[in-house]
Design a protein around this ligand. Structure first.
Ligand code: KIV
Ligand code: ZN
Length: 531
């Protein structure tokens, strides 16, 4: 990108042109990665960087090279690898930081050094111990030093939203004159509101000397839950770069969630009059990749990428969705990379959704049979959170999916040993009269009980998903275990509820073994890998 020609223009509300593009600056690997619980090694960072390039982010902040040798190596490797995305390294306005960033970015096709310095009175006095004049001089010196070490320079006024606007104008004007092309006004502590950020960006664009040459950027934190709203407000006031992270990860409560910002700009394009270059169909895979690399799941109800984002359970909603998806969905799941809308069958579902699902599974009950099936379905739905296809098939065949054998759990015990290993033993009864006892050791009690059940039943469980969560609070909390195993290209789910999480897991595993056994009377071995 050439910063001299690819400059921002004021908001006009006109249809999208190249000048009306909002640049997406992804800081998942810097601001996101520095948050507790989200650290990634070099390989994970490179994998994530390649995915972000495929997604189409304009700038990727790969790390803070002076922070550690690992950070330096990760930035250098990403800089060497990416070809289209501008790779950015963070640096304080200090010579060592800037030089390290420059060296890390040496091989980048497109490089940016992001220098930052606090400008607010609180930070000037308590963090930096600097006067306004010293801040101004340090900012200019930082930008000038960075300029010769990369293709383009971004300057951030840390804690900008709590800085005197007149002083911010002075600092930004000086940084621009010194060679910065992007001016970032971070809401470092997540304190601002949409109306305030609009006022600030309008003020900056009116008063910064040379503002027409600059790209103004927002960087909002989510301490009051307004990071995305504030970022969008900044765009409506002329910001042409938004700094954000996948899944909204970042310091404390996180940064503005990239997927939310991008989809808001797309779904409400007529309102914002701007565009991004991103391939939004890659949003969900990118979010999933991050959760896999960090082991941190997003909440079920997370906008755009949460499990419930395109799931409908209420009967009235399902009925509407079957008639016209626009009734309850403002975007298509495919637009964010999710295969399809999910009509979740649970206690709130109605006959329309149940009938449609049964039809998909090859069952076309007449009205009387449907009455019976619906009554059984409601009874089961009262006991379980979610009804899956295998439950429905059992109901349609007149079985009670929870009570049907052939295997039944008679006894279970488990023990955890110092040093991490665990053992479990189970006693099972089979409908044909056999009683089988087996014991196994595993990495933990859950692993041990799964192995004991596999041995006792002669099955192997290739687990593809395993979720354990508390469904009530307190010392006698009920734990819910939900397991998914793959067998013959099909997912089989089982669930169990108990005050003992190991027992809940055993019930869930046995439910899967039983379902497969009922479906295939002489079961072929089920391939396995433990999670
Ligand atoms: O939140 C912040 O102020 C930052 C800066 C380094 C841009 O992350
Ligand atoms: Zn930040």
């Amino acid at each position: 990108m050439n910063p001299e020609t690819d400059v921002a223009t004021p908001t006009t509300g006109r249809a999208s042109t190249a000048a009306e593009r909002v640049r997406i600056f992804d800081t998942t690997l810097r601001d996101g990665e520095q948050a507790p619980g989200f650290s990634m090694d070099r390989h994970a960072k490179l994998r994530m960087a390649q995915q972000l390039e495929a997604l189409g982010v304009d700038v990727l902040e790969a790390g803070f090279p002076q922070a550690s040798p690992d950070d330096f190596a990760a930035v250098a490797e990403i800089a060497r690898t990416l070809k289209n995305t501008t790779v950015c390294g963070l640096a304080r306005c200090q010579n060592d930081d800037i030089d390290a960033a420059g060296r890390a970015l040496e091989e980048a096709a497109h490089s940016r050094i992001h220098v930052f310095l606090s400008t607010s009175p609180l930070h000037r006095e308590h963090k930096l111990g600097m006067s306004k004049a010293q801040v101004l001089d340090t900012a200019v010196a930082g930008v000038e030093r960075a300029r010769g070490r990369c293709h383009e320079v971004e300057f951030s006024a840390e804690d900008a939203l709590r800085t005197e606007p007149e002083f911010l104008v002075e600092v930004f004007s000086a940084a621009l004159e010194a060679g910065a092309t992007t001016l970032n006004a971070p809401d470092t502590v997540g304190y601002t509101t949409p109306a305030e950020i609009v006022a600030l960006f309008e003020y900056l664009r009116r008063h910064v000397r040379g503002a027409e040459r600059a790209i103004f950027s927002s960087h909002c934190h989510d301490d009051l839950g307004m990071a995305v709203a504030n970022s969008l407000a900044a765009v409506s006031a002329g910001a042409r770069q938004v700094e954000c992270t996948i899944n909204g990860i970042g310091e404390r409560a996180g940064n503005a969630a990239l997927e939310e910002v991008v989809m808001a700009l797309k779904v409400r394009a007529a309102r914002f009059g701007v565009d991004t270059r991103l391939d939004t169909r890659k949003l969900y895979p990118t979010s999933r990749l991050l959760t896999q690399l960090t082991g941190q799941a997003v909440p079920r109800n997370k906008a755009i990428v949460g499990e419930n984002a395109f799931a409908h359970e209420a009967g009235i909603h399902q009925h509407g969705m079957l008639k016209h998806p626009g009734t309850y969905e403002i975007m298509r799941p495919q637009d964010v990379g999710i295969a399809e809308t999910r009509l979740v069958l649970g206690k709130h579902s109605g006959r329309a959704a149940l009938g449609q699902r049964l039809q998909t599974l090859g069952h076309t009950p007449d009205a009387a049979a449907m009455d019976t099936i619906f009554a059984r379905f409601k009874k089961l739905a009262d006991k379980k959170c979610e009804i899956h296809d295998e439950d429905l098939e059992a109901i349609a065949l007149g079985q009670d999916p929870d009570e049907a054998g052939p295997w039944h759990l008679l006894q279970l015990s488990s023990a955890t040993h110092l040093g991490g290993s665990a053992s479990a033993s189970v006693k099972l009864a089979h409908d044909d009269g056999r009683e089988v006892s087996e014991a196994a050791i595993g990495d933990g009690p859950v692993d041990a009980v799964l192995r004991a059940i596999e041995r006792a039943t002669g099955s192997e469980l290739e687990l593809t998903d395993f979720v354990v969560r508390a469904v009530s609070e307190g010392g006698d909390a009920q734990g819910h275990a939900r397991l998914t195993a793959r067998h013959h290209q099909r997912d089989w789910r089982g669930h169990g509820v108990s005050t003992d999480i190991v027992e809940a897991t055993a019930q869930a595993a046995l439910a899967i073994v039983n379902r497969i056994a009922r479906q295939t009377p002489a079961p072929a071995p089920i391939v396995v890998a433990h999670l």
